[in-house]
Design a protein around this ligand. Structure first.
Ligand code: 4NP
Length: 166
């Protein structure tokens, strides 16, 4: 069966992108679409490679009955051949990935910013909550939930097999 492959990317891969991955999983499960997807998350930096999600992302996810099960990793060139969609959390992540992709002639991935899919198609950053408190993680959760829902709507429109087979 054909799968749509989605990669969420932030800087450290311990706060925003694992949370985005967990929210995305919950939403596609609720829509009966889980079997149609492969998804993962990664960071543009390797500082936290091998680490679990930040306890604050874990906490906020838990409040919404989402269990985060991810081990941080750095994005790599192979990802550009594997994933259909790469969603960057902020402008810095986006530019980093874009530059890396431009060095490779054969790429499969389409690159977006996560908030290209918010209600205003704002393209604004999902702010880095790492140096703040739990409130910042709550705000990030809300932004991610909105953008993930709209992204899934977009996928349903652009991949008709999602509507017929679910
Ligand atoms: P993330 O947050 O990119 O959302 O995972 C950060 C995590 C760690 C650091 C920065 C941002 N750091 O500088 O270690």
């Amino acid at each position: 069966m054909r799968e749509i492959k989605v990669l969420f990317v932030c800087l450290g891969n311990i706060c925003r992108s694992p949370l985005a991955e967990g929210i995305f999983k919950k939403l596609i499960e609720e829509r009966g679409l889980l079997k149609h997807f492969h998804f993962d998350s990664a960071g543009t930096a390797a500082y936290h490679t091998g680490s679990p999600p930040d306890p604050r992302s874990f906490e906020i996810a838990g409040q919404h009955n989402i269990l985060l099960e991810h081990t941080a990793r750095k994005i790599n060139d192979h990802d550009f051949q594997t994933f259909d969609y790469i969603l960057a959390m902020d402008t810095s992540n986006y530019q980093h990935i874009k530059a890396q992709m431009e060095r490779h002639p054969k790429i499969k991935s389409q690159l977006f910013k996560m908030r290209d899919f918010d209600a205003q198609k704002s393209g604004r950053d999902v702010p880095d909550p790492y140096y703040g408190g739990l409130k910042g993680f709550e705000k990030v959760y809300e932004m991610l939930e909105e953008a993930c829902n709209i992204f899934i709507d977009y996928l349903e429109e652009n991949h008709p097999f999602l509507q017929s087979n679910s």
